[in-house]
Ligand binder design. Structure first.
Ligand code: PEP
Length: 257
């Protein structure tokens, strides 16, 4: 079985003005272009996607969008259609917990977005994760299964190397990282859900990142887990040197089998 290439995403969220974004892009390019053993995706705020595409053109780094609407055009003030990202972004984050819990996006919305992104030939990063109360109530597996099933309900087959980000909501931006054991066992559960729906071979090729307060100090133990195929990084992705350390640590963890 071919090894999965791990993938690290940097989610800048709604941070940085244009000058700051351009500086960070320049630093990331200098730190990470040509890095081997890990795929790197930079997800700036929508207004800086064009700058990111220009700055990273010809490098090994990919541009990702943080969100996209499923319809191609129309009277949808403030939205960015997934089709508008073609030529600029390669990856699109779908179902990030801030979209779900701050902006009220439903599992069905996530499914529509994911299908649109795939149909356009872009690559989704499907984010799933449970609330603290759901983990405490012991319903994590049910919550994740509902999120995974709804997101993939209209999908017949997953592309090789499809990316899911397991991000416990209680760990995002809180400094509370899941232990490597919790992250590993939950990600193994998510992989089993993909296997139930699409078969073992697809599940084995699926890359499942961990996200939630990942930093240069804790990434090594997380990336060493057999089912963890990289990280989705928020806060620490705004510092080029910390983010580069994370990417190199993931590459050095040797990838999964
Ligand atoms: C995220 O934005 O997906 C995230 C995991 O943020 P942080 O690393 O800041 O917890």
């Amino acid at each position: 079985m071919a090894a999965r290439t791990p993938i690290v995403g940097g989610n800048w969220k709604m941070h940085l003005d244009r000058a700051g974004a351009r500086d960070l892009l320049r630093e990331l390019r200098a730190e990470l272009d040509g890095v081997e053993g890990v795929e790197v995706v930079i997800c700036p705020p929508a207004p800086w996607l064009g700058d990111a595409a220009d700055a990273l053109d010809g490098t090994s780094l990919h541009v990702g969008a943080q969100n996209a609407y499923w319809l191609p055009h129309g009277a949808y003030t403030g939205e960015v259609g997934a089709a508008m990202l073609i030529g600029t972004a390669r990856y699109v984050l779908v179902g990030h917990s801030e979209r779900r819990h701050v902006f009220g996006e439903t599992n069905e919305d996530t499914g529509r977005k994911l299908s649109a992104v795939l149909e356009l030939g872009l690559l989704p990063i499907l984010a799933v994760g449970e609330l603290q109360a759901e983990r405490e109530a012991g319903t994590t597996r049910e919550v994740l299964r509902e999120q995974v099933d709804a997101a993939l309900s209209d999908v017949d087959r997953l592309p090789e190397g499809f990316v899911i980000a397991y991000e416990p909501v209680w760990a995002i931006g809180t400094g509370l990282t899941a232990t490597p054991e919790i992250a590993q066992s939950t990600i193994a559960d998510v992989r089993a859900m993909v296997a139930d729906r699409f078969g073992e071979a697809t599940a084995e090729s699926c890359r499942i990142q961990y996200g939630g307060s990942v930093n240069a100090d804790n990434v090594g133990d997380l990336a060493a887990q057999p089912d963890i195929d990289g990280a989705l990084v928020g806060g620490a992705s705004l510092d080029a040197s910390a983010f580069a350390t994370i990417c190199r640590a993931v590459a050095g963890a040797g990838g999964a089998s």
